[in-house]
Ligand binder design. Structure first.
Ligand code: GLN
Ligand code: ZN
Length: 769
C-alpha cells in the first residue's frame, strides 16, 4: 500500500465515550431496566455517536484520520471479542448463524444471565478501567463476523480513524478456557486473529478509511503469562503479516501506558507499518540514537498525558517534540493514552477554586493542548501567547502556599521504620482470637450495602440545601440501623455499617482531607455503565478532624458483634484520584498514611476492634515493567504499614483487594501484613488458591464466593463449592467467608438472597471440617 494520506499533525489516542453528561450510562441503564426499547436504544446510541463526532470536529479534529473512532457500547475489548465471534461455548445459544451477536448478546457476555457467569473483568493495564477478559481456548471460533467501527466511519467520514485493540494485546489479555491443554497460551491463536484483522482491514480500505489505529499496550508490560521474547516475536509476526497486506489502510500501532523499550521499538520499526505511537509521559523520551530506527516512520508522540488532569508544560513538551523531530521528521502530536481516563471538560467545574481550576486540563482542554503543540512545532512564533499564558499558570501552581506545607513535611520526615511495624503475627492472632471470639470460617462483607434511592435522594437534597445536616445525619443513621439489623438477622459474624454516608470510597475521604479538590461532573468510565469521579489531590495532605468515627461508633452501639471500621488505604486514595505530578509518590503516600494512622487511633479509642483498610488499587499502580516494581512496593506497602502500624496488637486489621491476580502481587499482599485479606475469587473460580498455597501465605484470607459485579444470585451449592475449594486448599482456620467486593452496586433482593446462602454455606462447610 502507498501512504497517500499523511498522518494528521495533531490527534488524540482516544476520547471518552460515556458522554459529558453520562449519556451512555443513562441509555444503557434505561435499556437494561426496560425503560426504553431496542429501537429507542439504537436511536439514542446513534445520536450519541453523531454528537460525539460533531463535538470532536468542533474541537478541530476534522482533518483526515484525526478522529479516533472508538465509541464502544460497553468495552473496547468486548467489542473486539464480539467482532471476532469469539464467544465462549456457554453463550453459544446467543450466536446468530453468521457467528455474530446482537447487542443483547453482547450485554449478556458482559453481565451474565441465569446460571451463565459473565466474562471475567480485569483492570486495563495500570488504570482503573476494567475490561472483559476474552476466553480464548484452542477451539473458540475466531473470524471477522462483524465490523462495528464502520457505523462511526460512515458518520465521521474521512476524519475517522478506527481504533482496535491490537491482535497481540488482545490475546495477551485473554485467558485460556478450562478445556485448554496444559501449556496452551491464547497467543497460539494469533494466526486466526490475524486472518480476521486482514478482513477488518480490507473492509476499512473499502470504506475509504485512510488510517487504522491498533492499540498494543501489551508491548509495554512484562507479563507473567508469556516471556517478553515471546510477546515481541508475536508482535513481529503480527505486524510483518499485517504490514505486507496489499489491501489495507495505513497502520498506526500505538503503545500507550508505558515504555515500548528499545527492543519493542525495534520490532515495530522493522515491519512495514506506517506509524508508531510512543507514550512519552509514562515512558522515557528515547535518545536520538534510540530513535534512529524509527526515522522512516511517522512517530506519534504522546506528550500530553491521557492519565492525569494537569495542564501540560507546553514549553517542555515542545522541546521534547523538537528533539524527536530532528531524527524523525514525520512527527505528529498526540496524547500518551486514550483520554477515556479523564473527564470531559474542566471549564464546567465551577465549584473548584478558580486558581486550582486554572491548573486543570480535562479531555477537551487536552485536545486544545495537542493542537497548540502541533502549531508550535510547525511555526514556533505562532503560539507565543499560548506559551506565555501556560507558563504563568504553571507558576501559580508551583508557588501556591498550600502546595507545600512545612508542618506536613516535618511529620513525614519524622517517620521511622518502627512506625511501619506491628507486633509479630502470632502474637496478634492470639490476642485477636481472645478478644473477638469468632467461629471457624467467620462470615463478613466487604463494607458497603446497596445504596438505596432514598439515600441518594437524601444526599442530593442535602447538597441542594433542601434538608439540613441534622436531618441528613438522621437518614444515614436510620439506614445504618437497618443494615446492622439485617446483618444480625442474617447471622453474619463481623458486621459493617454499610457506608451509606459515602458517595464514593475515595471522594468521601478526599472531601474531608486538606489538599484535595472534588469535581461535580468529572466522571470517568470504570466499566460498562459504571463511572467514578476521581478527586484531585493537588496539595499537601492533612486530616483536620476524624472522618469516620461518628458513624462507626454509632453502628457499634447497635450490636454486640464486632463492627468493622472502614477506611480507604493510601495507595487506593492515590490510584483513584488524580494525583499531583510535582512531588514523589512516596511523599504523597506517607502524608495519606499519617492521616489514616490518626484515624485508626481515634477508631480504637472509640472502641472499634476490627478495622478494614481497603487497598483494591495496589495492583493497579504496579509498574508494568519489572524494573521499578521494587521501588513501587517499597513506598506503596510502606504507606499502608504507616497507616496501620500504630494499631494495637489486639486490633484486627483487614484489607481488601478487588481482583484475582493474587500471584502477581502476593509479595505485596504478604508485606502489607494485614491480619485478614479479602480478595476477588468467584469469577475466577478460586484459581488464586495454588498461588496462596505456594507462597505459604498464613494470615487470614477471604477469597470471595459471590461475584457482586453481576445481578445474578448464585445458588447455595455454587457458593458452597467455592468455599469448599478454599477450605480444601488452605488451612481452614485462615479462611474467611465473604463476597468478592462491596455491595453498593447491587440491589437488596439479590443481596439478601445471596448473603443468606453465604451464611448457610459457611454453616454447612463448618460441619464438614
Ligand atoms: N469497602 C468498600 C466497599 O465495600 C470496598 C470497595 C472496593 O473494594 N472497591 O464498597
Ligand atoms: Zn473490591
Amino acid at each position: 500500500m502507498s501512504e497517500t494520506t499523511p498522518f494528521p499533525a495533531a490527534t488524540i489516542a482516544g476520547y471518552p465515550r460515556i458522554g459529558a453528561n453520562r449519556e451512555l450510562k443513562r441509555t444503557l441503564e434505561h435499556y437494561w431496566s426496560g425503560k426504553i426499547d431496542r429501537s429507542e436504544f439504537d436511536k439514542e446510541v446513534s445520536d450519541q455517536i453523531a454528537k460525539r463526532i460533531n463535538h470532536l470536529k468542533e474541537l478541530d479534529l476534522d482533518s483526515p484520520a484525526s478522529q479516533p473512532a472508538d465509541f464502544f457500547l460497553y468495552d473496547q475489548v468486548l467489542t473486539l471479542t464480539c467482532a471476532l465471534g469469539a464467544v465462549p461455548q456457554r453463550f453459544g445459544n446467543l450466536v446468530r448463524p453468521d457467528g455474530s451477536l446482537d447487542v443483547d448478546g453482547e450485554f449478556t457476555l458482559a453481565r451474565g444471565i441465569d446460571d451463565k457467569a459473565a466474562l471475567e473483568m480485569t483492570k486495563w493495564f495500570d488504570t482503573n478501567y476494567h475490561y472483559l477478559v476474552p476466553e480464548i481456548g484452542p477451539y473458540v471460533p475466531i473470524s471477522a463476523v462483524a465490523n462495528p467501527w464502520l457505523e462511526q466511519v460512515k458518520v465521521a467520514g474521512e476524519a475517522a480513524r478506527p481504533v482496535l485493540v491490537g491482535p497481540v494485546t488482545y490475546l495477551l489479555g485473554a485467558k485460556p478456557t478450562p478445556d485448554s491443554p496444559a501449556h496452551y497460551n491464547p497467543l497460539q491463536r494469533l494466526d486466526d486473529v490475524l486472518a480476521a484483522f486482514e478482513a477488518f482491514l480490507s473492509q476499512f480500505a473499502k470504506a475509504g478509511v485512510a488510517w487504522v489505529q491498533l492499540d498494543e499496550p501489551g508491548l509495554v508490560r512484562d507479563t507473567w503469562s508469556a516471556p517478553r521474547a515471546e510477546v515481541l516475536a508475536a508482535a513481529k509476526k503480527a505486524y510483518d503479516f499485517l504490514g505486507k497486506l496489499p489491501n489495507r489502510p495505513a497502520l498506526f500501532v500505538n503503545a500507550p501506558y508505558g515504555d515500548l523499550g528499545i527492543d519493542g521499538r525495534k520490532v515495530l520499526a522493522d515491519t512495514s507499518i506506517e506509524a508508531i505511537g510512543l507514550d512519552l509521559v509514562s515512558g522515557a523520551v528515547p535518545s536520538s540514537e534510540d530513535l534512529a530506527p524509527l526515522s522512516e516512520k511517522t512517530v506519534v508522540a504522546g506528550v500530553v498525558s491521557g492519565r492525569n488532569i494537569w495542564r501540560t508544560d507546553l514549553d517542555g513538551a515542545l522541546q521534547t517534540l523538537r528533539k524527536i523531530q530532528e531524527v524523525c521528521p514525520k512527527i505528529s502530536v498526540s496524547t500518551s493514552t486514550s483520554l477515556q481516563h479523564v473527564p470531559h471538560d474542566a471549564t464546567i467545574e465551577t465549584s473548584i477554586d478558580p486558581v486550582v481550576r486554572s491548573w486543570l486540563a480535562f479531555a477537551d482542554q487536552k485536545i486544545e493542548e495537542v493542537q497548540v503543540l502541533a502549531k508550535g512545532l510547525s511555526n514556533p512564533s505562532s503560539v507565543n501567547a499560548e506559551l506565555t499564558e501556560n507558563a504563568r499558570i504553571l507558576a501559580t501552581r508551583a508557588n501556591h502556599p498550600e502546595v507545600k506545607r512545612a508542618e506536613v513535611r516535618a511529620a513525614t520526615a519524622a517517620v521511622t521504620a518502627a512506625d511501619r511495624n506491628r507486633a509479630p503475627y502470632a502474637e496478634r492472632v492470639a490476642a485477636q482470637e481472645a478478644l473477638l471470639n469468632l467461629p471457624l470460617l467467620p462470615t463478613t462483607t466487604i463494607g458497603s450495602f446497596p445504596q438505596t434511592t432514598e439515600i441518594r435522594k437524601a444526599r442530593a437534597a442535602f447538597r441542594k440545601g433542601e434538608i439540613n445536616e441534622a436531618q441528613y445525619d438522621e437518614e444515614i443513621k436510620a439506614e445504618i440501623a437497618r443494615v446492622v439489623k439485617l446483618q444480625e438477622d442474617l447471622g453474619l459474624d463481623v458486621l459493617v455499617h454499610g457506608e451509606a454516608e459515602r458517595n464514593d470510597m475515595v471522594q468521601f475521604f478526599a472531601e474531608q482531607l486538606d489538599g484535595f479538590a472534588t469535581t461535580e461532573n468529572g466522571w470517568v468510565q470504570s466499566y460498562g455503565s459504571r463511572c467514578t469521579r476521581p478527586s484531585i489531590l493537588w496539595g499537601d495532605v492533612s486530616r483536620p478532624r476524624p472522618m469516620t468515627v461518628e458513624w462507626s461508633t454509632y453502628a457499634q452501639s447497635l450490636t454486640s458483634k464486632p463492627m468493622k471500621g472502614m477506611l480507604t488505604g493510601p495507595v487506593t486514595i492515590m490510584a483513584w484520584s488524580f494525583v499531583r505530578d510535582d512531588e514523589p509518590k512516596k511523599e504523597v503516600a506517607d502524608q495519606l498514611g499519617l492521616a489514616l494512622r490518626a484515624e485508626i487511633a481515634d477508631l480504637e479509642a472509640a472502641g472499634i476492634k476490627v478495622i478494614q483498610v481497603d487497598e483494591p488499587a495496589i495492583r493497579e499502580l504496579l509498574p508494568l515493567r519489572e524494573a521499578g516494581r521494587e521501588e513501587y512496593l517499597d513506598w506503596s506497602v510502606g504507606s499502608f504499614r504507616l497507616a496501620t502500624g500504630g494499631a494495637k496488637t489486639e486490633t484486627q486489621i483487614h484489607t481488601h483487594l478487588c481482583y484475582s491476580e493474587f500471584n502477581v502481587v502476593v509479595d505485596a499482599i504478604d508485606h502489607l501484613d494485614a491480619d485478614v485479606t479479602s480478595i476477588e475469587a468467584s469469577r475466577s473460580k478460586m484459581d488464586i488458591l495454588p498461588a496462596v498455597h505456594e507462597h505459604g501465605f498464613e494470615r487470614g484470607l477471604g477469597p470471595g464466593i459471590w461475584d457482586i459485579h453481576s445481578p445474578r444470585v448464585p445458588k447455595l451449592d455454587e457458593e458452597k463449592d467455592l468455599l469448599e475449594k478454599a477450605v480444601g486448599a488452605l488451612n481452614p482456620r485462615q479462611v474467611w467467608v465473604n463476597p468478592d467486593c462491596g455491595l453498593k452496586t447491587r440491589a437488596y433482593p439479590e443481596t439478601v438472597a445471596t448473603l443468606k446462602n453465604l451464611v448457610e454455606a459457611a454453616k454447612e462447610v463448618r460441619q464438614e471440617i
